[in-house]
Every structure is written in structure tokens, then in C-alpha cells.
Design a protein around this ligand. Structure first.
Ligand code: ADP
Length: 489
């Protein structure tokens, strides 16, 4: 499929449910655009309630057959999807950059995580053991079996548009669930491209379905249809709260991966050079649009000036541009609304007294025309009352705060409603363990920013969410434990 063909035609991918491709029932469409230059990437079906209901019908119909397969048989299907992703990885990675904006190397990373998730859960589901419980009563046996939750509704955001599909679909399908997935509007073409892979891989019809269009209408079908037994959501805390309220009505199971406000702590005993490089890589990953991104950089006063200088150098030297081009380290933000939000936060910080050490504005020049680019930015002396200290920045702005003691920095690091990830840099392993244990987050990186893997549980505490994706825990999210108590003569 050519996404933006050389003849000027625009790709018009269709929704996929029940193993077949469909336009929106109402015939409506919307366009998704390339944030690097504003060009149209694809025309997408704008589905709604009825489209979602048909997709749920398909998932319901597929459930008995799919859940009735052995885990080994389901694993074969998942490996086949992974094989096709491997074959088509360059084409899909290119589409990710065109529609979402991240550089090719990051898009390839998404493909790798997608493939890893499929292969890992294909294997892990074969180990969804039940148990035989020592019984306190004679003449009875207590057994447990682990069964799939049922039909799941998944809603994903635009910032990790491919891997996020598999973070949810791989464990769900491996466990024996079927799924209807709704991507974010901005990155719908990627999801529909992946939907083609599911069909090509020969997955039974209805096992996975992708509907695009009106978020609230599709979300309401997930919430109100009794046949949907679980909602898996990644996105903002605001929408997560709304879905949680809705799910409460029918007591549906939920997995929620919500916002973050990650503290990054550089202690005076860290390896400064390596730490600052890691911090820059984390901060400017996906142009700062990552829920695990560095939101607050706490730097010990003894190394503050040196860290600020090094970070300024790295930020200023970054190659920013269209992520399809070689050597580009940071692409555009997802859209101009995102740029405006960052501008607002930076203006507020400056008004509160912060100093701009690098960036602090949109990228200037012809190469950036029509693209939603914002410069890699470093702010120092940011006061704690600045909005970006409390809010998720979701942009390439490094905000530096000064601290003088471990106790003090732990207090401020934990003093937010979020609790997704945190990072500490220190060469003192006693301190690393002490601080890691006391940070109120679901994940802590110690001298390490790459905290994700198919094998590892990813998720937050506090208002950052409920449940885990990845790892053994990620499979549990899609399984129910059933007790079987038997009288034995
Ligand atoms: P972000 O700020 O990252 O865009 P959102 O929470 O707004 O995060 O969006 C994440 C996902 O939630 C997207 O797929 C979006 O379309 C979807 N979404 C937004 N509003 C609703 C809603 N009312 N019901 C269900 N899904 C929604």
C-alpha cells in the first residue's frame, strides 16, 4: 500500500473487523497528516457507535473458537504475525515516522518491541498454570484454572502507535481473549496498516478488530456493551478517569496506563558525563512525548552548573528535522496544538523566573516550515511553582531544579499525584537501593533510562494507572482465576 503515492494519491485504508475491511457505515472520513510538513498521510474512516458494535459482534463470535484453541496453537498464530512484522518492518517504520514524527531509529525500536511482545507472550501463555491447593477439608480437592477474561476493548494513544497495539493485543490474544482496538485519531493509518498484517497472517476472523473514528462513541460502546468484559487504556489521566467511572457501572476489569511526571535525580556522586547523556536521550526521546519521559530534573547543587552546561551543549547540538532523513535525532511534535501547549508552559516558567539555556522557541528556518517543530530546550533555576513542575510537559523541555539533600529530593520527587517512572543517577549502590525503594513509582531506572522490555512489567502507581503491561504480570491482566472445588469419594 502506498501511503502517499508518487502520483499524488492519498492512501485510504479501511477499518478491519470480522476479518474483512470496511469503510465507516456513515461513509465519513478524516485525514491524518505528517507533522514534519503538514502533508496528508491518509484518509481514514470516521466510524462511530454502530461500527464499534459490529466489531464487538465479531469479537464475541470469535471468542469461543479462539479461547478453545490450545495456548500452543494460539502461539503459532502470534509468531506468524511477528514473522510478517519482521518482513515488513521498514515499510511500517517509515509510516510511523510519517504519521507520528519520531525518527526512524525510534520507529524501528517500536517494531522491535512489537515483535518481542508477540514472541514473548506466545511463549508465556503456554505457562498460564493453575494450581492444586492443599485442602483443609478431607474428601475435597481445590483446583484453580486460569481462563481468558473475554472480549476486550483497547484504546491507545498516538505517541507509541505501533508497539502499543502489541503491548495490549499480544498478551490478550495469547491468553485467549479477543479484542477490539481503537487507535488515536492522529495515528490511525499505522493501526490500519497493522490490521492488514493481522489479516495477512491468517488470524481467525474477529480475533482482533480495529475501528477508527469518534473516540467517545467507540469508547461508550466498550463501556456500555455487557459483552465487553475488559477495558485496556493508555492515555491521559483525565480520559482514564472518565473510562474508570464508566467501567464501574458494569464492574468491568480495567488496565490503565496513564500520565506520568517522572523525576530524574542526579546525585553529586554520579558519573556526570554518562548521566547527562542518558538524561538528554530520555528527555528528547520522541521529542519529549513519552509518558516515562524526564519531566523534572533534580540536580544536586554541587554539580548543578556543570550538568546545566553539558545539557545545554547536547541540546544545542541535536539534529532536529524530518525523521525520515538520516542523522535526525529529534522530529516534530505531533501537531501544532502540542507546540502551543509547550509554548504556554515555557512562557509560564520564564514568568516564574526560569532561565532559558537552550531552545525556548519553535525551530526557525525553511526546513521547518509547516512542521510542528519545537527546539530542544533547557531551562534552569525553575521554581517549584511553575506549571511544568506539576504538569506533564510532553515536549522537548528539560527543566532543572536544584537540591541539596537526599531527604529533600525524595520529598519533592514524591510530592505529585503521578507515579509512573523515576530515574536516579549515582555511583553509590547503597543510596541507589535506598532511594529506589522509597520512590513512589511503578518503575525506577538506576543509571539506566531504557526501562522497557517485553519481559518486564511496565506501569504506574497513584494516578499513573492500574495494572501492568509486559512481563508475567501483563498476562495476568487478561486472565481470570477460577476455583474448582471437587468432592472426591
Ligand atoms: P493524549 O493526550 O495522549 O492524546 P488522550 O487520553 O486524549 O491522550 O487520548 C488517548 C486515547 O483516548 C486516544 O485514542 C483518544 O482518541 C482516546 N479518547 C479520547 N477521549 C475519549 C473518550 N471520551 N472515550 C474513549 N476514548 C477517548
Amino acid at each position: 500500500m502506498s501511503q502517499n503515492g508518487s502520483n499524488g494519491s492519498v492512501a485510504e485504508p479501511l477499518m478491519m473487523y470480522g476479518g474483512a475491511f470496511h469503510p465507516a457505515i456513515g461513509g465519513e472520513t478524516f485525514v491524518s497528516t505528517n507533522p514534519a510538513d503538514g502533508s496528508i498521510v491518509a484518509r481514514i474512516p470516521f466510524g462511530g457507535e454502530e461500527d464499534a458494535r459490529r466489531a464487538v459482534d465479531a469479537a464475541v463470535e470469535a471468542f469461543p473458537g479462539w479461547s478453545g484453541l490450545t495456548a500452543a496453537a494460539r502461539a503459532k498464530h502470534l509468531h506468524r504475525v511477528a514473522d510478517l512484522l519482521e518482513e515488513q518492518r521498514n515499510e511500517i517504520a517509515l509510516l510511523i515516522t510519517q504519521e507520528e514524527g519520531k525518527p526512524q531509529v525510534e520507529a524501528q525500536g517500536e517494531l522491535q518491541l512489537s515483535i518481542d511482545s508477540l514472541r514473548w507472550y506466545a511463549e508465556e501463555a503456554r505457562r498460564a498454570y493453575g494450581s492444586w491447593i492443599p485442602d483443609p477439608m478431607p474428601g475435597r480437592r481445590l483446583l484453580t484454572v486460569r481462563q481468558p477474561v473475554g472480549v476486550c476493548g483497547a484504546i491507545i494513544p498516538w505517541n507509541v502507535p505501533c508497539a502499543m497495539i502489541f503491548r495490549k493485543a499480544a498478551p490478550a490474544l495469547a491468553a485467549g481473549c479477543t479484542m477490539v482496538l481503537k487507535p488515536a485519531e492522529a495515528t490511525s493509518a499505522i493501526a490500519l496498516r497493522v490490521a492488514k498484517v493481522f489479516v495477512e497472517a491468517g488470524l481467525p476472523a474477529g480475533v482482533i478488530n480495529v475501528v477508527t473514528g469518534k473516540a467517545s462513541a467507540i469508547g461508550n460502546v466498550f463501556l456500555n456493551d455487557d459483552r465487553v468484559r475488559k477495558i485496556s487504556f493508555t492515555g491521559s489521566t483525565e480520559i482514564g478517569r472518565l473510562l474508570l467511572r464508566g467501567a464501574a457501572e458494569r464492574v468491568k476489569r480495567v488496565s490503565m496506563e496513564l500520565g506520568g511526571n517522572a523525576p530524574v535525580i542526579l546525585f553529586e556522586d554520579c558519573d556526570i558525563e554518562a548521566s547527562v547523556r542518558a538524561v538528554a536521550a530520555l528527555k528528547y526521546l520522541n521529542a519529549g512525548q513519552a509518558c516515562i519521559g524526564a519531566n523534572r530534573l533534580y540536580v544536586h547543587e554541587a554539580i548543578y552548573d556543570e550538568v546545566a552546561d553539558r545539557l545545554e551543549q547536547l541540546a544545542t547540538a541535536m539534529q532536529v528535522g524530518d525523521g525520515t532523513q538520516a542523522g535526525i535525532q529529534m522530529g516534530p511534535l505531533v501537531d501544532f496544538k502540542a507546540v502551543e501547549k509547550v509554548e504556554e508552559l515555557v512562557a509560564d516558567a520564564i514568568q516564574c523566573g526560569a532561565k532559558v539555556r537552550a531552545g525556548g522557541s519553535r525551530m526557525q528556518g525553511q526546513a521547518y516550515e509547516n512542521g510542528s517543530f519545537y527546539a530542544p530546550t533547557v531551562l534552569t533555576d525553575v521554581p517549584a511553582n511553575a506549571r511544568l513542575c506539576r504538569e506533564e510537559i510532553f515536549g522537548p523541555v528539560a527543566a532543572l531544579y536544584r537540591f541539596s539533600s537526599e531527604e529533600e529530593v525524595l520529598h519533592v520527587a514524591n510530592n505529585v499525584e503521578y507515579g509512573l517512572s523515576a530515574y536516579i543517577f549515582t555511583e553509590n549502590m547503597d543510596r541507589a537501593i535506598r532511594v529506589a525503594e522509597r520512590l513512589e513509582t511503578g518503575m525506577v531506572g538506576v543509571n539506566e533510562i531504557r526501562i522497557g522490555a517485553a519481559e518486564a512489567p511496565f506501569g504506574g502507581v497513584k494516578e499513573s494507572g492500574l495494572g501492568r503491561e509486559g512481563g508475567r504480570e501483563g498476562l495476568d491482566e487478561y486472565l481470570e482465576t477460577k476455583l474448582i472445588a471437587m468432592r472426591v469419594k
